[in-house]
Design a protein. Structure first.
Length: 203
């Protein structure tokens, strides 16, 4: 009887351990974070681009990505630019121009990066919107905000992010940033990279 009871208890313990482990894994996977900076910069609204069409000064110009993510070029009209790399956009423009000229050679350079920005709000010394010129982590974002005020709940910090769901609709998620634990190297998620439009909130 005692042996049977021990077997039952051990079985329940193993089942509970597996359940907790599974829940922890799911919780860790639910946060859309990256610890390596993106390999390519994706264009976005307000970025200034220099489009060069070889041996065609009329088509060579500076353009600005509109708030709707599009750009306008002579002959071919509107083209989607947001979410594309500069190389992909150059290829797309060349494909469109193929209808009007033979083997167009197109290059696109990013002259000004204006689409990558973050907000730092709450108990920081310099809250506001920060225009970024390079990819930044959440700890770097807090530093840009001047660090915490004496009243800040450091382990209560979070990042509010908009993510695209599989059906292309938008969803808002809250990513916890347990600052003291991140500094100690024992937090999940850790010091992840920020997306454009992320909002760091320090209560």
């Amino acid at each position: 009887m005692r042996t049977t009871w021990r077997v039952v208890v051990m079985g329940l313990f193993l089942a509970l351990t597996t359940l907790v482990s599974g829940c922890a894994q799911t919780a860790g996977e639910m946060y859309p974070v990256e610890y390596i900076p993106p390999g390519d910069f994706l264009l976005g609204p307000e970025d200034v681009l220099a489009v060069t069409v070889w041996r065609n000064q009329d088509l060579t110009r500076e353009i600005i990505v509109r708030p709707d993510g599009g750009v306008t070029m002579p002959l071919i009209g509107d083209i989607r630019a947001a979410g594309m790399t500069s190389e992909a956009l150059a290829k797309r423009i060349a494909e469109k121009l193929n209808e009007y000229m033979s083997n167009p050679i197109v290059s696109v350079q990013v002259k000004e990066i204006n689409s990558y920005y973050i907000f730092v709000l709450g108990e920081v010394t310099k809250p506001g919107k920060y225009q970024m010129k390079s990819f930044a982590t959440v700890l770097q974002g807090i530093s840009l905000g001047g660090g915490f005020t004496p009243y800040a709940n450091r382990n209560g910090t979070k990042v509010i992010r908009k993510v695209t769901k599989p059906d292309n609709s938008m969803n808002q998620v809250e990513i916890p940033v347990r600052y003291n634990d991140v500094i100690a190297g024992k937090a999940t998620p850790g010091n992840f990279y920020l997306h454009s439009g992320d909002i760091i909130v320090v209560p």
